[in-house]
Design a protein around this ligand. Structure first.
Ligand SMILES: Cc1cc2nc3c(=O)[nH]c(=O)nc-3n(C[C@H](O)[C@H](O)[C@H](O)COP(=O)(O)OP(=O)(O)OC[C@H]3O[C@@H](n4cnc5c(N)ncnc54)[C@H](O)[C@@H]3O)c2cc1C
Length: 341
């Protein structure tokens, strides 16, 4: 017997993920008079960091502060933002059906997924506990705060030499720890030497902490390297399970830093009606770029809805008694929601 699904909400757009990308999209869509639901699991990627840097006009604020403002602004235009996780999404005719872990099932004409990524960290004892504090990945985000201090780069992936050369902009007291990463090529070794970057070979076995601060790393050989910060290159693992039933699976990112959901520049995926934005679509995007991609996706979704509404209106005009009357009813319901009726 077919399972009976009780739908407890219909929206023009459901957004899965209420980080900078999702909230930015909700703001744009609310201002475009679209009915929007944002479902957010409440685990933004930069939560371990006390401050968020590099976001024009918000430089240095707590990450949660930006999101709080975003939720307020989205709600100001009628956007609904709720806590919870979307478990799965499927297509049901012209509607997308989204199941939430709260027991609710909601429907949407368009789905935007901005659920972000999980950073898979190198498996070194003590490293995960320092993540976002003195274990860092992005010099643009946190390099200024540790400028001129001894920084180590833990080689763990194909981008590690590139990352080391980047960090050289912030300090000349830089150590490349070969750890388990690929051995630098002769050309890379020459580049590191030319920039006065020390290379320490051997696997790092532990982080050393004193008074809640990183003081260095210890190698398996027993050697100790004094450091103020450690840069790592985590693997980006998309939080994309919700897209699985729609046939959207992560693909390897060209940078080699993990995986992502491929989409066009507006976030449109190959599955009709489904968009992605933020880190899910680009694991290298910072907060500003993630918010911008959410905004771009919102514009594209609104244009897509307008195109569909116009097509239907033309059909109705030609034949007022066609099947499109059902769609017209749906549009009227949406219009009523928009106007708080
Ligand atoms: C330690 C650290 C520090 C950083 N510092 C900076 C910085 O200073 N400046 C900067 O510009 N960038 C910084 N970044 C990068 C920044 O975190 C990302 O650019 C940004 O968070 C991406 O936004 P997003 O909206 O794509 O995803 P996120 O911010 O990760 O938001 C995704 C949201 O979706 C939710 N979600 C996931 N799955 C589901 C689901 N199934 N259902 C419902 N909700 C779901 C999550 O709980 C989360 O709340 C930092 C990153 C890290 C790791």
């Amino acid at each position: 017997m077919a399972e009976v699904v009780t739908v407890t909400g219909r929206y023009e757009v459901v957004i899965v993920g209420g980080g900078p990308a999702g909230l930015s999209a909700a703001l744009m869509l609310g201002r475009a008079r679209r009915s929007v639901l944002v479902v957010d699991g409440g685990e933004p990627r930069n939560a371990p960091a006390a401050h968020m840097y590099g976001f024009l006009s918000r430089d240095g604020v707590a990450p949660g502060e930006l999101l709080e403002a975003g939720r307020r602004e989205a709600a100001g235009y009628g956007g609904e933002v709720i806590g919870g996780r979307a478990r799965s999404a499927s297509r049901d005719g012209e509607w997308m059906t989204i199941e939430l872990d709260t027991g609710r099932t909601v429907r949407a004409r368009r789905l935007l997924v901005t659920s972000g990524i999980v950073d898979e960290l190198p498996d070194v004892p003590g490293l995960a506990q320092r993540w976002g504090r003195d274990v860092l990945h992005c010099p643009y985000c946190h390099g200024w705060e540790v400028r001129d201090s001894p920084i180590g780069v833990l080689a763990s992936g194909p981008m590690s030499v590139h990352q080391t050369l980047l960090f050289r902009q912030w300090t000349d007291r830089l150590t490349f720890l070969t750890h388990t990463g690929p051995v630098p090529t002769a050309e890379q070794a020459e580049e590191l030497a030319a920039r006065d970057i020390r290379v320490v070979t051997g696997e790092v076995s532990a982080l050393e902490i004193a008074e809640d601060r990183l003081t260095g790393v210890r190698l398996r050989t027993g050697e100790r390297v004094a450091l103020r910060a450690l840069a790592v290159a985590p693997r980006a693992v998309p939080r994309a399970a919700v897209l699985g039933a729609l046939g959207l699976e992560p693909t390897p990112h060209p940078s080699g830093m993990g995986a992502y959901i491929a989409a066009d520049p507006t976030g449109r995926t190959p599955v009709p009606g489904v968009w992605v934005a933020g880190n899910l679509a680009d694991p290298m995007a910072n907060v500003l770029a993630s918010a911008a991609s959410g905004s771009a996706a919102a514009g594209a979704i609104n244009a897509d809805l307008i195109a569909e509404e116009t097509r239907r209106a033309v059909l109705r005009r030609r034949d007022p008694f066609s099947r499109e009357s059902e769609a017209r009813l749906c549009d009227q319901v949406m219009g009523a929601r928009r106007h708080g009726l």
